[in-house]
Design a protein around this ligand. Structure first.
Ligand SMILES: [Zn+2]
Length: 90
């Protein structure tokens, strides 16, 4: 499983995303929707479900690193949507 040289863009035909090699190893994943993300996020949302992992560019655990909980469960819900009552005034 080859890593991507810094500055190079590679497309994963299976996942329909492009991965840009970055110096330092934190490659950037360009999703078709939303902003760029990490390999861990791509794997959590797409690559772990693919049927032909041998054709996926993002199956190397050492390259993608540890995923964050929000990578798996979407954006964290915003707090403070409930309540909001003001104290009673005299
Ligand atoms: Zn992939």
């Amino acid at each position: 499983m080859a890593s991507i040289p810094p500055g190079t863009l590679k497309r994963c035909d299976l996942c329909q995303v492009e991965i840009r090699g970055m110096a330092g190893g934190q490659d950037q994943v360009i999703f078709s929707q939303g902003g760029p993300g990490t390999r861990a996020k791509l794997w959590a949302r797409v690559c772990q479900f693919v049927r032909e992992p041998q054709r996926c560019l993002n199956q190397d655990a050492t390259l993608r690193g540890q995923g964050l909980p929000e990578d798996f469960y979407g954006e964290p819900p915003s707090l403070g949507a409930f309540g909001g009552g003001s104290p009673p005034s005299p």
